[in-house]
Design a protein. Sequence first.
Length: 220
Amino acid sequence: MAIKMNAPLSNRKLMEVMLRAYEPCRYFGQCQQAIFKPSNGHIPRGYLGAIGELEEVEVVFVFAEPGHPHSDEKDSRHNNSPMQLLRNALNHTYQCFKKGTDAFHRNTRCIMNQLWPDKSFDQQLRHVWLTESRLCSIDDEIGNVADRTCAHAYLRRQLELMPQATVIAFGGKAQRNLKKIIPNFIKAYALAPPGANFQGARPSWEKAIATVRELRFLRS
């Protein structure tokens, strides 16, 4: 049986922002299609990184929202505290990226490896914050739900903590959720299918990588 390693905790200030989504989130019932049901794996999740000082974060990857829960995300324990739910979500996300569970995780790791080729995965997590424009998965996973409640409530606060970081929005939904929050960010195709399978996907990722490298050079 494989031993699961716990995820390194993100910066305390970021964790304080994310913890508000488990207390529970005040927007359940208002945010369209948002589901909170830990027994089915439906909790806010999909974020990882920024495990050192916030000033070390060079890039923020913004995705649309988590996909449907994996079978091993189900949690039958009752009365889990908000912090335990947060840790459960963080640990699962860490394992997925560490193992490359889906094409989405493997594509993300590929970009991280090109941005920080001389660092291990855990070392890379000091320099990147991986997050979602909305923290809950929804029934219509590839639809165009335009509710920006979560982005304004949580993503805005996350980005305010890392004003020095370059932001890359992967996919149209992430880009639409971001445009009312910050004026400038890099646009790229989604890292998960179907968007990841489009002809322009890989060139858009390469362009994003080149832009980050160029900005890094200008700042050095």
